[in-house]
Design a protein around this ligand. Structure first.
Ligand code: DAH
Length: 347
């Protein structure tokens, strides 16, 4: 006859410990099956193997094993009870009928919204969206755009010059004063025909007021092809304003000067609030100035090694702050960067 080769006492300790550690009813049930399951339960097997033991062994171990079964059953039962009590206590703490705390979700800044809307409109008109660096060289910000060396825009009061560590090929470093250098970067690396928009930040060293900030945004646009004319320009911006303000918008072109275009234009739209009648937004003039534009200057094409006899194009630059101010009736550009939640939350 065999001897039982299992240490009942050790089994008892580990079983009680295992029951103690259980955290929920499902796991407890698995444990019950593991110990007491009819088929292959660990304790069931032990009890079953008793019949093969020698008589004295049977007498010695039988009662111990049987009382162990009782003990485990009781421990399981008690554990189940305590789990029930715990979960009913939990129900008292978590009152599902209590009204929830309102979670404030973040949302997009009005400028982000407007810029996104503008991008989407141009994308739908088959323009690609490209970007350029905020730190520029004099070459990209001025020279390549045909801004003469003695142009007033180069003077200290307009440009944030950066402390120079060594020389760059493009001259001194600066924070770009407009997004027009994006045109140069793009043309240096692409061949026409194409149409792009380039949104981004621009920086100017000047006093701030209700319509000027030292840091603001622009969206540059450039379309180059064999037979691009001002008529294409007119169509594109008319369509753009129609989609942006969701109505037909009258435009007005005035001659102006920008070194990188010829002819250069200033674009006004009829005031979208009063339809030209005169209101506080258009300062009673009926018109709103919205962008600078023109036909790309041959000197600019030369700078990027395009043949000015072969290619022509239009370019324009508009300010999303200005557009947002018109669209949402915002009286002061400084509100955008004020960090005032009372302002931001309205969008
Ligand atoms: N870069 C000009 C500015 O800051 C705006 C501008 C005017 C952009 C005419 C253009 C343009 O592309 O053709 O103020």
């Amino acid at each position: 006859m065999k001897k039982l080769n299992i240490d009942i006492e050790r089994f008892r300790k580990s079983a009680i410990q295992a029951i103690k550690e259980i955290k929920d009813a499902t796991a407890l049930e698995s444990l019950r099956i593991r110990f007491l399951g009819r088929q292959g339960g660990e304790l069931t097997e032990i009890l079953r193997s008793l019949k093969n033991l020698a008589l004295e062994e049977k007498r010695r171990i039988g009662p111990v094993a049987n009382s162990l079964r009782g003990e485990i059953e009781k421990a399981l039962e008690q554990k189940l009870e305590s789990l029930k009590v715990q979960s009913s206590k939990l129900k008292v703490v978590v009152d599902l009928t209590m009204p929830g705390k309102r979670i404030e979700t973040g949302h997009l800044h009005p400028l982000t919204l407007v810029e996104k809307e503008i991008r989407e409109i141009f994308k739908a008109m088959n323009f690609s969206v490209v970007e350029g660096p905020e730190v520029e060289t004099e070459y990209y910000n001025f020279d390549a755009l045909n801004v003469p060396k003695d142009h007033p825009a180069r003077e200290m009061h307009d440009t944030f010059w950066l402390k120079q560590f060594g020389k760059t090929r493009g001259g001194r470093l600066l924070l770009r004063t407009h997004t027009s250098p994006i045109q140069i970067h793009y043309m240096e690396t692409h061949q026409p025909p194409f149409q792009i928009v380039g949104p981004g930040r621009a920086f100017r060293y000047e006093a701030t007021d209700a319509s000027h900030e030292t840091n603001f945004h622009q969206i540059e646009a450039l379309m180059v092809g064999k037979d691009v004319t001002l008529a294409n320009f007119k169509f594109v911006i008319q369509e753009f304003f129609k989609r942006l303000f969701k109505k037909k918008v009258q435009i007005r072109l005035r001659p102006s000067y920008f070194p990188f275009v010829e002819p250069g234009l200033e674009v006004d739209i009829q005031c979208v609030k009063c339809d030209g009648k005169g209101c506080n937004i258009c300062k009673e003039s009926g018109w709103l100035e919205v962008m600078g534009a023109g036909m790309v200057h041959p000197k600019v094409f030369e700078a990027v090694r395009y043949n000015p006899k072969e290619w022509r194009g239009f370019a324009f630059g508009l300010g999303p702050e200005r557009i947002a101010m018109i669209k949402y009736n915002i009286p002061d550009i400084r509100l955008f960067y004020s960090g005032d939640l009372r302002f931001i939350k309205q969008f």
